[in-house]
Design a protein around this ligand. Structure first.
Ligand SMILES: [Zn+2]
Length: 676
């Protein structure tokens, strides 16, 4: 295995133009805070100096080497898009170059966007103003949903968890302007302040749209009243972690009965859907609340609500006053950003969001060497093998359940870098002139592309993230782990870095995604993606007990403003982190077997380098406002606990750094958590 690794590195070195003798580089010694004790606070030790020297840039809400790499990727995309915009007139109509060039060019034309102002969304606003009957209301909601403005409910395609080879229709709760349903009910001072700020934001936006102040204030109250009622009928994000809670497969007539005043048949017709398909109503209670609102809320209030949501969706793409007002609430007040990203970067992000696979194709042609793909595939294979070995030797799982866990593991599909088949955007109407109409057309394509799958067999080639994205995911219904090219960059991964760096960087990310297949949610699906129990009762009970240990551990971590992490909310991610770092370490150890011990680097053993690499690649500094938002909405704990949480359960880590009982990085035996 070791020889193969070296061979690959040599090929890659030649590709990158390095001499073959150039040694592989190690961890970043300058990032380490040598004054910190790794057994007290490893997060501080591994990357404290980097964070001290690299404060969060004003336009960002989190910062680390990884976030920095993600922002650098946008420079690459910027070059691609500037080039495409300059040359788009020469490109063939509807070609990738033409589409991304014109989209980006129109977005960058701030003068035209400002000149258009509110006129850009006149078609949507006119349609709302002309509503005069319940039938009109249904029609306008349908139209907005076709443009990707999903209020007051969510609709789309979903794999059938009882027959994962097929795709069904799915509707869920939605229609809120605050980040989560809990924001409408929490009782502390900060939550009350946030609701007040939201009212002010809705008021200010409506004033920009021509309302006078008192009318705008009254309208904001209407929005708050309607959204609070919808929020009250929505499941909490902890309840949503249980896949059974949202599993209500039925047919259109049964969904119709839950909310008789929203007519689904014309909706299906407008989306070109067969009304005979299976249809999952994720939250029947929410549909019943919608019914109540359809019968009791006056049409004028509905019109106010819809107008607000069109403005909310469009604001980042409208003229400067709308952009500023949107930024001030969502990015500045809620997340803590100090200033807006430059326009070119927002236009890059918008192109990635709307024409992601067209831009992504150009991106990988430019930056992603085939050698990287081969190397990652090898790491994935080794870490899957590590879990295989781990399951075989688990003491808490019985021989009844083990073969089933191994069967699920054998059915994992890894996807690395970029899709084999790219989306075809040639039906999207993009022009060089009006930015919002491009966003609208791209959104319409996204909705067609998604809903067009309903009633058909699943297409296993699709990707849920764009290629330049600095992230990864597990999808339980496809039982697949996916690593876009955008995360396969330093500090996570580098073809010129040592095994300790790569196993410690991207390794735990790979292990994390694999472990999601066996977290509180993933463990409820089998290897084919079916929501079906494969555990013995006793083993599942033990699995839950072990999960509860992680819940308790994270419940005790505090963040900004005395808030606590919500252990139940972060359970899946924390099982992922705990399993991820262990599996990557096992795979790293196995790669060393039978080979000469690698050299120390900067006085650190290979094992220490592995953990330092992990601490450095996860070393996020997070703005207080974003910490608060994460605790309420994000299933991921903040960076500090993603590093210190799993490592304080890891005997391998403790051994590598000679930590002793009683050290903060050593949880006492009775509190030590281990799932995988
Ligand atoms: Zn995850």
């Amino acid at each position: 295995m070791r020889r193969l690794t070296l061979l690959l590195v040599l090929v890659t070195s030649a590709f990158l133009g390095f001499s073959q003798e150039k040694p592989l580089h190690g961890i970043n010694p300058n990032d380490i805070d040598r004054a910190a004790d790794p057994c007290q606070d490893f997060f501080q030790f591994a990357n404290g100096k980097w964070r001290a020297e690299n404060p969060i840039p004003p336009s960002m809400v989190r910062w680390s080497r990884r976030w920095s790499a993600g922002e650098s990727t946008k420079n690459v995309l910027h070059d691609i898009l500037e080039d495409a915009a300059k040359n788009s007139a020469k490109a063939a109509p509807q070609s990738t170059e033409r589409l991304i060039g014109d989209y980006y060019g129109a977005c960058m034309n701030e003068k035209e966007v400002n000149k258009q102002g509110l006129k850009a969304i006149k078609p949507e606003l006119d349609a709302i103003h002309n509503i005069s009957s319940a039938a009109d209301l249904t029609q306008v909601i349908t139209r907005l949903q076709q443009e990707g403005i999903f209020v007051p409910f969510i609709f789309g395609s979903a794999q059938d968890p009882h027959n994962p080879a097929m795709v069904m229709a799915d509707t869920g709760a939605g229609g809120l302007g605050l980040p989560d349903r809990d924001y409408y009910f929490k009782d502390d001072d900060k939550a009350k302040e946030t609701r007040q700020k939201y009212l002010e934001h809705v008021t200010a936006t409506l004033q920009l749209a021509g309302y006078d102040k008192s009318k705008a204030q009254a309208a904001a109250q209407t929005v708050m009243r309607m959204e609070t009622a919808l929020a009250g009928a929505s499941l909490t994000n902890v309840e949503l972690r249980d896949p059974h809670a949202t599993d209500h497969k039925m047919k259109i007539d049964e969904v119709q009965k839950l909310a008789p005043h929203f007519d689904w048949r014309p909706y299906f017709q407008a989306l070109n859907l067969d009304p005979a398909v299976d249809f999952n109503a994720e939250e029947p209670k929410f549909l019943q609340e919608l019914e109540r609102q359809f019968t009791q809320t006056p049409l004028t209030d509905w019109k106010t609500y819809l107008e607000w949501h069109v403005l909310r969706a469009a604001s980042p793409n409208l003229s400067t006053p709308f952009v500023n007002e949107d930024f001030a609430f969502y990015r500045q007040y809620l997340a803590g950003a100090k200033e807006m990203k430059p326009r070119w970067k927002r236009c890059v992000e918008s192109t990635d969001a709307d024409l992601g696979e067209a831009l992504g194709k150009k991106y990988v042609e430019k930056v992603f060497p085939p050698e990287a793909k081969t190397r990652i595939q090898e790491l994935v294979k080794n870490i899957l093998l590590a879990l295989h070995d781990d399951i075989e030797t688990l003491t808490w799982m019985s021989d009844d359940t083990k073969p089933k866990a191994l069967d699920k593991l054998a059915k994992f599909t890894p996807k690395v870098g970029y899709p084999d088949k790219w989306k075809d955007y040639s039906s999207v109407k993009i022009d060089r002139h009006t930015h919002w109409s491009n966003v609208r057309e791209a959104q319409k394509f996204a909705v067609r592309d998604d809903t067009g799958r309903i009633g058909k067999p699943v297409d296993r080639g699709r990707w849920g993230m764009t290629t330049p994205t600095s992230n990864a995911y597990y999808n339980p219904l496809l039982n697949e782990i996916v690593f876009p090219a955008g995360i396969l960059l330093p500090p996570m991964f580098d073809v010129t870095a040592s095994d300790a760096v790569n196993y410690g960087g991207i390794g735990p990310v790979i292990g994390h995604e694999i472990s999601h297949g066996f977290d509180d949610q993933g463990a409820q699906y089998d290897g084919t993606g079916k929501l079906q129990n494969w555990w013995s009762d006793a083993d599942y009970k033990e699995f839950k007990t072990r999960g509860q240990c992680v819940v308790d551990q994270f419940d005790n971590y505090t963040v900004e403003g005395g808030l606590h992490e919500n252990g139940k909310l972060v359970l899946g991610e924390s099982i992922g982190d705990l399993g991820g770092v262990k599996l990557a370490y096992l795979a790293f150890q196995k790669s060393l077997q039978g080979n000469p011990q690698p050299a120390e680097s900067e006085g650190f053993t290979p094992e220490q380098q592995f953990f330092i690499s992990w601490g450095q690649s996860r070393g996020d500094e997070v703005r207080p406002e974003t910490q608060r938002q994460m605790v309420l909405t994000d299933p991921h704990p903040i960076g500090k606990y993603r590093v210190n949480g799993p490592l304080s359960n890891s005997s391998e880590f403790q051994k590598a750094f000679h930590c002793k009982a009683g050290d903060p990085m050593v949880r006492p035996p009775e509190k030590k958590c281990e799932v995988w």
